[in-house]
Design a protein around this ligand. Structure first.
Ligand code: IPM
Ligand code: MG
Length: 371
């Protein structure tokens, strides 16, 4: 299996490099055990790029990301860079990559592994068997809308502006991704906005409904206000299959959904653009958790979200579904065996380091290919 695919790895800041190191070992494992070799290049993003180059991502790095078959990113940000002017912050590096690569569809699956049912702060019966997919619009809305900025008014007070803006094509292309995913899952899409108070929500609802009626009548479509969705996610999360929502609501709801699975340290994500003439789709994979400055440098972060992001890359960018299954099964088996990083452990339970979690995953991968 000669893949020869070009991967760009951007470990970033905080726990990013720590969790990415374990993905590096999984990549090496595929190279030596499965003869699945990647052309891997590593580069800087976020605070690491600011320290080296004065900008949160360089033009050269963006060019490499555009040319890669897939980009794998750790996390960006940290207190060291908090006082920088807004436009220079580490987060701008990630936002620029998303925008320049036109990664408009962000897939955030929230799956509750059986072994982690009790790690969630919710009752076991509420989260057992949970498997939902949040599709977050990623290149529009209030994150990028203009006008934006902070201005000083004549009386000396200040005014800050952000703009929530969506167009028909922006709404339809991300809704299409949600409908396509639903067809391969349980056939349900819940579209989430605030049509009761926002015109952008009214348009969102109308466009999703129109696309549904024209092309996806076989999918069961419902609409929900974002505040209600936030409540329903903790009341009865299993009512959902695919949720499609805008950039800001998706940011909030996906963090909330993460806790249903036991820990933010479990959630992977894929950010996808459109396919080009050759069928290649720009894509970036990253754990949903951030750089976690509070535990950075201690070697205790959970690498599973990053490892599962790599599995999503195998599945969505490289069409290597069997290999993705291998990684996901290894994660499941390791959790079943009771291996726990600190974020997953119950009080008093024994915990392992980032590296030891990596060791356990590699041992399980070995066991699976021998079986
Ligand atoms: C996320 C993060 C980012 C976002 C930050 C780091 C810019 O919270 O990916 O969810 O707000 O999109
Ligand atoms: Mg977020």
């Amino acid at each position: 299996m000669a893949a020869n695919k070009k991967l760009l790895i951007l470990p970033g800041d905080g726990i990013g490099p720590e969790v990415m190191a374990e993905v590096g070992r999984v990549i090496d494992w595929f190279g030596s055990t499965r003869a699945l070799r990647f052309e891997v290049e590593e580069d800087l993003v976020g605070g690491a790029a600011i320290d080296a180059h004065g900008v949160p991502v360089t033009d050269a790095t963006v060019a490499k990301a555009m040319a890669a078959d897939a980009v794998l990113l750790g996390a960006v940000g940290g207190p060291k860079w908090d006082d920088l002017p807004f436009e220079c912050k580490p987060e701008r590096g990630l936002l620029r990559l998303r925008k320049d690569m036109a990664l408009y569809a962000n897939l955030r699956p929230a799956i509750c592994f059986a072994a982690l049912v009790s790690a969630s702060t919710l009752k076991p019966e509420v989260v057992a068997g949970l498997d939902i997919m949040i599709v977050r619009e990623l290149t529009g809305g209030v994150y990028f809308g203009t006008p934006r900025g902070i201005e000083t008014l004549p009386d000396g007070t200040r005014r800050a502006i952000n703009t929530q803006v969506y167009t028909t094509p922006e709404i339809r292309r991300v809704a299409r991704v949600a409908f396509e995913l639903a067809r391969k899952r349980r056939g349900k899409v819940c579209s989430v906005e605030k049509a009761n108070v926002m015109e952008s929500g009214v348009l969102w609802r109308e466009e999703v409904q129109a696309l549904h009626d024209a092309e996806y009548p076989d999918v069961a479509l419902s609409h929900m206000y974002a505040d209600n969705c936030a409540m329903q996610l903790v009341r009865n999360p299993k009512q959902f299959d695919v949720i499609v929502t805008d950039n800001l609501f998706g940011d909030l709801l996906s963090d909330e959904a993460a806790m249903l699975t036991g820990s933010l340290g479990m959630l992977p994500s894929a950010s996808l653009g459109d396919a080009d003439e050759t069928g290649r789709r720009r894509a970036l994979y990253e754990p949903v958790h951030g750089s976690a400055p509070d535990i950075a440098g201690q070697g205790i972060a959970n690498p599973i979200a990053c490892v599962l992001s790599f599995a999503m890359m195998l599945r969505y960018s490289l069409d290597l579904g069997a290999e993705a299954d291998l990684v996901e099964n290894a994660v499941r088996a390791v959790l079943d065996a009771g291996v726990r990083t600190a974020d997953l452990a119950a009080p008093g339970e024994k915990t392992v380091s980032t590296r030891e979690m990596g060791d356990a995953l590699l041992a399980e991968l070995d066991r699976q290919v021998r079986a």
